[in-house]
Design a protein around this ligand. Structure first.
Ligand SMILES: Nc1ncnc2c1ncn2[C@@H]1O[C@H](COP(=O)(O)OP(=O)(O)OP(=O)(O)O)[C@@H](O)[C@H]1O
Ligand SMILES: [Mg+2]
Length: 159
């Protein structure tokens, strides 16, 4: 297990970690969430929303009919679930790049669908199922800045 791997033994631990991400998020940050169905991508996004102080009445769910939901918070949260994305042209037509490089935090489920539009500078969190209430998170920073921030995030999370 590498230093960038964290195990959440309960939903509460996943929530604590997500809140920490939300509290420290900066405008323009991009976080991609990979992992199978049910791995906890949307659940982690909800916790990030808590950390961003998204008001409770804006309950974060997977955008079923739209690929993107925007929530107000300390900074805006742009939540994308690209599972149903057909092709790159569809995403370009929707103007997604404006969100990617916008003034909020962009959290993207199923980022594989972005193909060549995958942003360079991002944090990827790969979630995997361990047992009913336990999940493993493998963090990869795709920039020096994210690599530094991962150290802080994982230090706190494993204390
Ligand atoms: N430690 C944990 N962390 C995250 N989710 C957990 C944990 N323990 C149990 N769960 C449950 O696992 C489920 C994760 O579902 P979720 O919708 O977040 O997955 P997802 O990765 O977004 O799936 P999809 O690809 O279908 O969008 C939820 O029902 C959640 O309550
Ligand atoms: Mg989901």
């Amino acid at each position: 297990m590498t230093a960038n791997t964290i195990t959440f033994v309960s939903l509460a631990e996943t929530t604590t970690f997500g809140i920490m991400i939300g509290r420290t998020a900066r405008p323009g940050d991009i976080i991609t969430l990979t992992g199978n169905m049910g791995a906890g991508k949307t659940t982690l996004t909800q916790a990030i929303g808590l950390g961003l102080m998204v008001p409770e009445e804006h309950y974060i769910t997977s955008p079923t009919f739209s690929l993107l939901h925007e929530y107000p918070g300390r900074i805006p949260l742009y939540h994308m679930d690209l599972y149903r994305l057909a092709d790159e042209e569809e995403i370009e037509a929707l103007g997604f790049e404006d969100y990617l490089y916008g003034d909020g935090l962009c959290v993207i489920e199923w980022p594989e669908r972005l193909g060549s539009l995958m942003p360079e500078d991002r944090l990827n969190i790969d979630l995997s199922f361990v047992s009913e209430n336990s999940r493993r998170a493998n963090l990869t920073g795709h920039s020096d800045s994210w690599r530094e921030r991962i150290l802080a995030l994982t230090n706190i999370a494993t204390k």
